[in-house]
Structures are given as structure tokens and as C-alpha cells.
Design a protein around this ligand. Structure first.
Ligand code: ASP
Ligand code: MG
Length: 402
């Protein structure tokens, strides 16, 4: 089999752990697999690097952000390639540029354009194990870019697609995808198989186990994805095409505490207001989550939406830019909110599931501030101070615990 194996920060946080991984990779290679390794920066290195930059200049531009943030992975690839040769394997470390990973030029959250297969495939054919730096690529002008925090998963899937791998394995510090984050729910259930669609909803709404764009890419290009524990022998979770004709089912809950709500007050109820507003957000490539327009009297509306904390500055800048033009009376932001979501199959088609979600929250006196739904998800924005209690109530209602 031709396999891409991606190892996350916690599985390569020390030289000892790197050696253990190298031993495993060497073993898998000896069993007849052709392997490309993708690694993240060691442990919390990326946080450390970004913090260094902001100590020097809190307003440092995103080109310098990418320049420094990408160095963590460069350390890991050299260590991993060196470790592999200790186990008698030929290995070569490659930066994103060297591996042929092209992106656009949106620093700090670049979009992948293509992965050249030539270099990687010729190394593999020569019996060499390429070790590719995750998270980074190269812009058309030759600058280093990064793919957004957690982006090494996306590198791995892109490489898997680029070289036509049979499988992309994401090794992490848990043995798969669970029905809830153990920080919120005591005994979440391990999920053996889950569809791309459900996994995308989970990743987009707070589950940290996979980078959202990695699952979107995997779905689009039919890359078979497995999430596994790096240092334990486990089956992990297989992420694949949805099964057919499934009954409505709640598979998991997710919590996202790193969101901010922005409310634009009293804008005129006429065509074009939302378009003008969201044009500004679009120009800054802010990713949006919930958008709610509430109508009230006198021909005025409030428009509220949520964004991630990371993109809050950009979002506020966008709204400030357009505030006068759209005649808003005030802009208000609220960072005391959090989002709880349930994810599963055909959720919105089942009024019973919808009812139970809202009833679980009301049974503990939680007020719902905003609601959004998709075919496979219901999300509610609530007060952050209630989020733990809410997660427990929702987990209990839908049987998401062992
Ligand atoms: N090292 C990068 C980060 O911490 C990328 C990754 O770990 O996937 O965001
Ligand atoms: Mg990660």
C-alpha cells in the first residue's frame, strides 16, 4: 500500500517520541508499504514561535507570521528523517516548497492550489521515505505560506491525493474520533466509522481532532482517511462516504468556546445592506458561521453573526469600514458566548431530534441566543458560563456516553 502517515505535535513533542514514531514507520515500511510521512511542529512549538513574534511586534504582518510559524515543522522534518536513518531507512526531509506544495498568497490561511507528484513519487520509487513539513506551502511569488492552525492534516490529505495514495492516516494523541470532547463529557463513546459530511460538521463546529479543510479535501477527492493513536495499536476511526438510507441518528456533540458574536444594530430594511456588509468580510476572507437577521419595527433590522476569535479583529475592521455606509446605529460584540452542536445523520429531518435538543437545554434553564441548522447538524449559541452543564445535558439526552 501507498500510505501517507501524518504525525501531530503531541506525537513528536520529544526526541524519544520521534524515535518511537520512526521505529513504527520503519516497521510499516518493512511490511511492504510505501510511506510518505507528514509532521507537525513539536508539541507547543508553534504557539511559542507566534508568541515570540508578537513580543517583538503585536501588529507584525502576516508574511512574517508565516515565515516564523512555518519553522516549527522544519525542525520536525529534519529530526524525523534523521531518526528514520537510525533505523536503517533511507529518508529525505522536505519543506513545503521542496515537496512541491503550491498555495495562493493569503498569508496565515493560504489555500492549496496543487501538490506536484513528481518529486515525491521519484523519491518513493528509489526506496526513500520522504518526510514532508506540514502546515506550509509556497505562494506564486515564492513566499512561504501557512494553511491556518492545525493545517498539517490538510497537507497530509493533499499529499495523499497528489500522489494517489491508498490511504491517509492521521496519527494523534487519541485513538480516534469520539462522540464528545472528554473535557466536557465524562465518558464519550469511540466512533468506529463516520461519514465525511458528519466529520466536516464536527470539525467546523468545535471538534479539534481534524483540521476542517483536510476533511473537505478528503471528501472532494475521495481520499480514505483514518484517525489513530500514534503510540497505541488501535483500529481508530474510519472517515468515509456516507452509508445509504440511514435512520436519523445523533452521532456526536461538539462545543466551540472560541467564537465571538458581532451585532450590527438598526440597519435599514432595504435590498443591498447585507451584500455591502458581507462584501467587506469577503474581501478580508473572514470565514463566517451563523448569520441571523432579526426584523423589528420601523423598517430597521439587526444583523448578527459569529466568527472565530482569531478572525475577530479582521471582522470588526470590515464592519467598521462599512458602518456609516449602511447606516448602522451601533456595532456590538459579545465574547461571552459559546456554541453547542449536535451532529449526525438526517438530523433536521427529525422534529423529534430538534425538539430534544431544545428541550435538553431548557431543562437546565439555558437560554438559546441563536440557532443554525444543516441537514446533519443543529447548533445553538448560549452563554459560555452554561456550556459545561449544557454539554452534559445534551450528551445524556442523546445517549452519547458509554
Ligand atoms: N504546527 C501547526 C499548528 O500548531 C500546524 C499543525 O500542528 O497542524 O497549528
Ligand atoms: Mg493538529
Amino acid at each position: 500500500m501507498l500510505v501517507v502517515q501524518k504525525y501531530g505535535g503531541t506525537s513528536v513533542e520529544t526526541p524519544e517520541k520521534i524515535l518511537k514514531i520512526a521505529e513504527k514507520v520503519a516497521h510499516d515500511y518493512e511490511n511492504g508499504n510505501k510511506i510518505v510521512v507528514v509532521v507537525s511542529a513539536m508539541g507547543k512549538t508553534t504557539n511559542y514561535l507566534i508568541n515570540l513574534l508578537y513580543q517583538v511586534n503585536p501588529d507584525a504582518n502576516s508574511r512574517e507570521y508565516d515565515m516564523i510559524a512555518s519553522t516549527g515543522e522544519q525542525v520536525s522534518i529534519a529530526l524525523m528523517a534523521a531518526a528514520l536513518s537510525r533505523f536503517g531507512k533511507k529518508s529525505v526531509s522536505l519543506t513545503g516548497f521542496q515537496a512541491g506544495i503550491d498555495t495562493d498568497s493569503t498569508y496565515s490561511r493560504a489555500t492549496l492550489k496543487r501538490v506536484y507528484r513528481g518529486k515525491l513519487v521519484s523519491l518513493i520509487d528509489d526506496g526513500i521515505i520522504p518526510v514532508v513539513a506540514g502546515f506550509q506551502g509556497i505562494s506564486p511569488s515564492g513566499d512561504i505560506t501557512t494553511l491556518g492552525r492545525g493545517g498539517s492534516d490538510t497537507t497530509a490529505v493533499a499529499v495523499a491525493y497528489g500522489i494517489g495514495a491508498d490511504l491517509c492516516e492521521i496519527y494523534t494523541d487519541v485513538d480516534g474520533v469520539y462522540s464528545a470532547d472528554p473535557r466536557y463529557v465524562d465518558k464519550p463513546k469511540k466512533i468506529d466509522r463516520i461519514s465525511y459530511d458528519e466529520m466536516i460538521e464536527m470539525a467546523a463546529h468545535g471538534a479539534k481532532v481534524l483540521h476542517l479543510r483536510s476533511v473537505e479535501l478528503a471528501r472532494r477527492y475521495h481520499v480514505k482517511l483514518v484517525v489513530k493513536h500514534a503510540h497505541m495499536n488501535s483500529q481508530g476511526t474510519i472517515i468515509e462516504e456516507a452509508g445509504q438510507l440511514e435512520e436519523p441518528l445523533v452521532r456526536a456533540l461538539t462545543v466551540d468556546e472560541s467564537i465571538v458574536k458581532i451585532v450590527i444594530k438598526d440597519v435599514p430594511d432595504v435590498p443591498g445592506i447585507a451584500a455591502k456588509t458581507f462584501k467587506q468580510l469577503s474581501d478580508r476572507r473572514v470565514s463566517l458561521d451563523m448569520i441571523v437577521q432579526s426584523m423589528h419595527r420601523d423598517g430597521k433590522n439587526d444583523i448578527a453573526f459569529t466568527v472565530s476569535k482569531e478572525e475577530f479583529k479582521d471582522a470588526l475592521d470590515a464592519i467598521d469600514h462599512v458602518k456609516t455606509e449602511i447606516n448602522a446605529s451601533d456595532i456590538h460584540s459579545d465574547d461571552t458566548v459559546a456554541k453547542i452542536s449536535i451532529v449526525g445523520v438526517n438530523i433536521i429531518g427529525s422534529a423529534e431530534i430538534v425538539y430534544n435538543m431544545f428541550d435538553a437545554l431548557s431543562s437546565i434553564g439555558v437560554n438559546i441566543d441563536m440557532i443554525s441548522t444543516s441537514n446533519s447538524r443543529i447548533s445553538c449559541i448560549i452563554k459560555r458560563e452554561k456550556i459545561r452543564e449544557a454539554a452534559k445535558a445534551v450528551a445524556e439526552r442523546f445517549g452519547l456516553e458509554e
